[in-house]
Design a protein around this ligand. Sequence first.
Ligand SMILES: NC(=O)c1ccc[n+]([C@@H]2O[C@H](COP(=O)([O-])OP(=O)(O)OC[C@H]3O[C@@H](n4cnc5c(N)ncnc54)[C@H](OP(=O)(O)O)[C@@H]3O)[C@@H](O)[C@H]2O)c1
Length: 259
Amino acid sequence: MDLELTGKTALITGASRGIGRAIAASLASENCNLLLCARGAEALEATAHELRVAHGVRVETAAADITQPDVPARLVESARQHFGSLHILVGNAGGNSRGRFEDTTDEAWAEIMDLNVYSHLRTARAAIPVLKASGGGSMIFVASIFGREAGGAGLSIYNTTKSALISAAKIMAVELGGDKIRVNTVAPGSIRFPGGSWDKRVQADPEAMKQFVAANIPMGRFGRADEVADVVSFLASARASWVSGACLTIDGVQSHSLI
Ligand SMILES: NC(=O)c1ccc[n+]([C@@H]2O[C@H](COP(=O)([O-])OP(=O)(O)OC[C@H]3O[C@@H](n4cnc5c(N)ncnc54)[C@H](OP(=O)(O)O)[C@@H]3O)[C@@H](O)[C@H]2O)c1
């Protein structure tokens, strides 16, 4: 299947490790040129270097905190200056703040709203004119199964922000359909990669995590970052030309939602 991504340009936030890095690798393997963003410059440049060597594509970096209100527009402008166009935006940066709702603070809510919601809204707003000028494109935001259904105690902030992201993307898809801009979200389940949050939990308590997997993931293992990344590349591609406003679960049947 030809994804027709050769020569396309993509901006990926949160791209130095984990799922974002896997998305960058997947798009690079499809011959996309990339602008990668994360805060830590060293890990970001190491990722970029590896992808240039492995795939022979152009990979630019921007070490910046996506929650700073001026950063999203600067990123999009940087992509435009480097490549002259932008076809794909992947809003992947995200995080969690666990705690019982009654103990949460305005500061904790604001921090994760900035990272999981506002950063993506600002990047999308900045990207839309450039995507239009490039003849259309695809925006994909990385949400979570816990944006589609209740994640349980301690996840009020995470759950709320991921649901908000899915909702906003759906409305963007409605408004941008006529501009040949597709907007989708993906909802990963528990994804394990070296150094990631699930990997740390497995290292800390392997037996408890074995039981967690047995009880919660019918396919019997954690997901891999590349399994999320390949779905994102599909959504970015011409093969998903009739897919917009969707939220695809990538979870080995971990979630329970029927829709
Ligand atoms: N892993 C899972 O099981 C799972 C499941 C469902 C959904 N997700 C979602 O998938 C996305 C990626 O998750 P992950 O597990 O791969 O995360 P991760 O390992 O924590 O990596 C996050 C990436 O985002 C960057 N980042 C974090 N804060 C940033 C900021 N303020 N500005 C710019 N870059 C920032 C990080 O680099 P720096 O720290 O250097 O900035 C890193 O490259 C998140 O939205 C997460 O909610 C993950």
